[in-house]
Design a protein around this ligand. Structure first.
Ligand code: MG
Length: 381
């Protein structure tokens, strides 16, 4: 039985994690749940799973929840609540699926408290990959990936050292504007918010769906992979695979390739992270090859999707630059969703913010957070 704390229980990854816990009642116990603002869903989840401790951002909502739930459950709020949950003595693993940078401090707190962490929030490894992985090594805990791509690579590597790897190959669906014929570069400025929110193969939150359309999502994943698997950026490649069946691959030094495949379902990588090193039986995911028919692969179009190269640059240079890329992208995506800028301006905003940044090569966590704030202001401008 694993005691699991789930930070971000009402979001897309959070609700999938709840499903996994319901699939495996004898193996996963949810002992702590934290939500951003959705008090109704958090209450429903709490009544069903009976965690000892929960947390919600807003203090007033926390008070209401405490009154409703009574003494059976302790309710916290804000960042303090996240830290409390991340370090619960009974927790074996903390799954962090909070949007934005709010997951960073709880991730480090969990590691320092000796907990394994499962990471769904990209910001954690993109902004502070080096610090997080060093801390994990120091405290002898695991950093497990919840993302389908990193889970695939983790499964294919199966503990093999980096020197046995020629290349990690992240697959990308290519997003809704993959087709050069339907979406030539000239048409990119006409892309509407509604159109960009329609992702061909995954149902996800709004921010990540836009990131999949610009390919910044893949860019962020490249940087994550670089830290998670301790490999230099030059050996992290991207291949477009619209069917999203091959979740990523490892090419070994002898030329052999291992891939992990399944029909797309986030419950699978979540379950693997929570049950690792075991494989728990579940009927949820079924893959039927004859029905899938053809799997195709193509080179990413770097001209229409400059995000890949911007991310490669940020990952290669490192320091505070990945945090700047991430923050500028967040601001630009929000501006696009609010119809303040057009689609190509997302990438343009990131590029200009990165170009204006005074790099700190070996940053402390405070310097990373300062770079994040600087980049948000710069990108807003
Ligand atoms: Mg992914």
């Amino acid at each position: 039985m694993k005691n699991v704390v789930l930070l971000g229980s009402t979001g897309s990854i959070g609700t999938s994690t709840i499903k996994v816990a319901e699939d495996l009642p004898d193996q996963i116990r949810l002992i702590g749940l934290a939500a951003g603002g959705n008090a109704d869903l958090l209450l429903e989840q709490t009544r069903k799973h009976r965690p000892a401790v929960i947390s919600i951002n807003d203090p007033a909502k926390a008070r209401d929840l405490q009154n409703t739930l009574g003494a059976s459950c302790e309710v916290f709020c804000g960042n303090e609540g996240l830290l409390k949950l991340a370090t619960l003595p009974a927790a074996d693993i903390v799954l962090i699926a909070i949007v934005g940078t709010a997951g960073l401090q709880p991730a480090l707190a969990a590691i320092r408290a000796g907990k394994d962490i499962a990471v769904a929030s990209k910001e954690i490894l993109v902004m502070a990959g080096e610090i997080v992985m060093n801390e994990a090594r120091k405290h002898g805990v695991r950093v497990l990936a919840v993302d389908s791509e990193h889970s695939a690579i983790f499964q294919c590597l199966d503990g093999k050292p980096t020197n046995s790897v020629r290349k990690l190959l992240l697959t990308a669906s290519g997003g809704p504007f993959r087709s050069q014929t339907d979406w030539p570069k000239e048409k990119f400025s006409e892309i509407t918010v509604e159109r960009a929110l329609k992702h061909p193969s995954w149902v996800m939150g709004r921010k990540i769906t836009i990131d999949s359309a610009t390919l910044f999502n893949k860019g962020l994943e490249m940087i994550e992979a670089r830290w998670l698997f301790a490999i230099e950026m030059a050996r992290v490649g991207v291949v477009v695979h619209p069917q999203s069946i091959v979740h990523s691959m490892v090419e070994f030094v002898d030329g052999s390739l291992l891939a992990q495949l399944s029909t797309p379902d986030m419950c699978l990588p979540i379950q693997y992270a929570l049950t690792y090193p075991d494989r728990a039986a579940s009927d949820r995911v079924q893959t039927n090859f004859p029905r899938l028919g053809t799997l195709t692969f193509e080179e990413p179009d770097l001209e229409r999707f400059p995000a890949i190269e911007l991310a490669r640059q940020a990952g290669e240079i490192g320091g505070t630059l990945p945090a700047v890329l991430n923050a500028a992208n967040e601001v630009a995506v929000a501006a696009f969703l609010n119809r303040k800028i057009n689609f190509p301006q997302i990438t343009e905003t990131v590029r200009r913010t990165m170009a204006a940044h005074a790099l700190v090569a070996q940053p402390t966590l405070d310097q990373i957070l300062a770079a994040d704030i600087w980049a948000r202001r710069m990108a807003e401008k």
